[in-house]
Design a protein around this ligand. Structure first.
Ligand code: 3HC
Length: 307
């Protein structure tokens, strides 16, 4: 097959499978995006994991534990999908450790109070749902199927976060203030999860041509904002954007200018927690070497027994 036949296959809405011919550029684009998605899932366990020992009740602890465990599973599905493109897990992790691969900027912000667990579930997983529901229709088979599985669990993640925010917003004045503070700190970083504006997005052109992405960054961001404003109003919290206003003509919310200097600074490694997140990942990875060695030794033994 050649590029013309490949594009005809994409345009005919046929999924591309691991054994199918694909342009090198398509393969490389997917490895970048899927690996960064997988890294995001795993690094994203840190800000929430930070609150498991300090959850305010056994129920809250169990819910948060289950959610963080889900994220590890999401990382597993995505690394596995990425490996079908001919790169090893070891190489992917090394790229992360060498700063050659990114993960979502949102996870470089600190989680300072229990209300942040609500804001993360409600906003970060809420944004992830908008992005990932769209990615269920991505052209690469293993990625698309992984998204279907992940989306089923994301809705629980978003609901548990929103429940925390709703409880606190109708609690004492201090609790409501804590919830509002979390919304103030997580609103803008959450809408930055959708990436740069389309006009400033080097990847979107090919991503849309190859149907890796089905909607652009700006479309998904707008969709998320439209969905979320009413949820904040319902629980009496205020979104920290004075320019946020329903535009009946557009049928969308108008919203304020994002701080793109902050965005690129965090994406390029200079956010509040970038160094801490990577150091923690490296430490955990090194401490887990014995598990990987034991699993490999066991697999080798099984192979010998089988032959
Ligand atoms: N944080 C970090 N890097 C970002 C970013 C962000 N918020 N937004 C964009 N970037 C990176 C891109 O990865 C790309 O990097 P590269 O050139 O090194 O590959 C570069 O900035 C240019 O951005 P583009 O918009 O041109 O790149 P994309 O077309 O890849 O779009 C994206 C960016 C929308 C993040 C897209 O990659 C995507 O949809 N990725 C899959 C979804 C994902 O990664 N979500 C992250 C959160 S996962 C999560 O929240 C889990 C939940 O369970 C909590």
């Amino acid at each position: 097959m050649n590029e013309i036949k490949f594009q005809e296959r994409i345009d005919a809405e046929k999924k591309i499978e691991p054994k199918d011919w694909m342009p090198d550029a398509y393969r490389k684009h997917l490895i970048r995006q899927i690996s960064q998605h997988a890294h995001s899932e795993i690094i994203g366990m840190q800000p929430e994991g930070n609150w498991i020992t300090r959850a305010p009740s056994l129920r809250a602890k169990m819910i948060l534990l289950a959610k963080v465990q889900d994220e590890a599973g999401h990382g597993l599905y995505l690394y596995s999908a990425c490996e079908t493109l001919g790169i090893s897990r070891e190489e992917l992790v090394q790229q992360l450790h060498d700063g050659k691969a990114k993960y979502s900027s949102i996870f470089n912000y600190p989680t300072l109070s229990w209300a942040d667990m609500g804001a993360v579930g409600w906003l970060v997983d809420g944004a992830a749902i908008v992005n990932q529901v769209s990615l269920q229709r991505t052209s690469y088979g293993p990625y698309s199927r992984g998204m279907v599985k992940i989306c089923k669990e994301e809705s629980f993640h978003q609901r548990q976060g929103y429940e925390i925010m709703a409880e606190m917003a109708k609690g004492t004045l201090e609790q409501k203030a804590m919830a509002q503070d979390a919304l103030n700190r997580f609103w803008w970083p959450s809408i930055m999860m959708f990436g740069p504006q389309d006009s400033d997005s080097p990847r979107t052109g090919n991503a849309m041509k190859w149907k890796i992405k089905r909607q652009t960054n700006d479309d998904l961001r707008q969709d998320f904002i439209n969905k979320t404003v009413g949820q904040a109003e319902l629980i009496g919290l205020t979104i920290p954007d004075p320019d946020l206003k329903w535009n009946a003509e557009r049928g969308h919310y108008d919203f304020g200018e994002m701080d793109w200097d902050e965005f690129w600074s965090v994406v390029n490694g200079n956010g509040p927690c970038n160094k801490q997140r990577l150091a923690h990942h490296k430490k955990a990875h090194d401490e887990g070497q014995w598990v990987r060695d034991a699993a490999k030794a066991y697999a080798k033994k099984q192979e010998l027994v089988a032959n």
